[in-house]
Ligand binder design. Sequence first.
Ligand SMILES: [Zn+2]
Ligand SMILES: [Zn+2]
Length: 277
Amino acid sequence: MSSPSISVQIIGSGAVRALPERGGPCYLVTIDDRKLLFDCGRCAVHNLHRFGTPVESIDEIYITHLHFDHISDLPLMLLLSWNNGRDARIPVFGPKGMDRFLENGVRTAYEADINSRISHGNRVRDKLDWAATEITKEGLVYGNATYRIDALATAHAGLANWNYRITVGGKIIVITSDSEPDQRLVEFCRGADLMLVECSGTKAFYESVAFGGWHITPEDVGQIARDAGVKQVVLKHFVMESFSDDPDVAEKMAETVRGIHAEGEIFAATDGLKFEL
Ligand SMILES: [Zn+2]
Ligand SMILES: [Zn+2]
């Protein structure tokens, strides 16, 4: 059996506040012709098209947690892919409460629009549907003959919160959620070829804001990636940039991680950055 082709692209490298050069959290994993989307934040739909992936071509969606920066484009994704001719129920995996978010945020919120479009006769109500799976336990979320997705729960802002690991063709890719530092991430990331990891800000920044305790520091990222032997580390979700005049915040945090995990290749994410594995 030949190995699958695997690529990982940063669709949105940013976080909560709008920055013209960074979309909100969204990452695309392509395995052969199968497209898996992780989180669907601000500008996800726009950036997917910008980088050559029409929304109706997405096959599976995985959501880390229900902070709006990670899901604000999800209703648009479901509506637009339906409008554009998606003809399969798209599986959406995520935390408890996600199905309610989708029912309220898509079917109820857009009821008038949906009824109007159906009255044209060229769209069928059923095709708007999605297949939501709310994850209730750690471990296997989804698997087939080519790849498997595992989830790990970590603490973040009192929310149900899932980190994801994709195992495919002898490669391991980890996409972390926003998270407090957690030593269990070391085992979860063990031997990973690629890790996309939250790096919202520095310790000093966290001490200056109310939500600082919800997040991981560059030092923690470096230690976890080093102890897990991660080969390539991509920092993402740069909250601090929106609070700082320093244009090099992300690169400086990458430098801190390099100082701890010298064996690894460390990148500060940009929108569109793509890795072939
Ligand atoms: Zn976030
Ligand atoms: Zn969050």
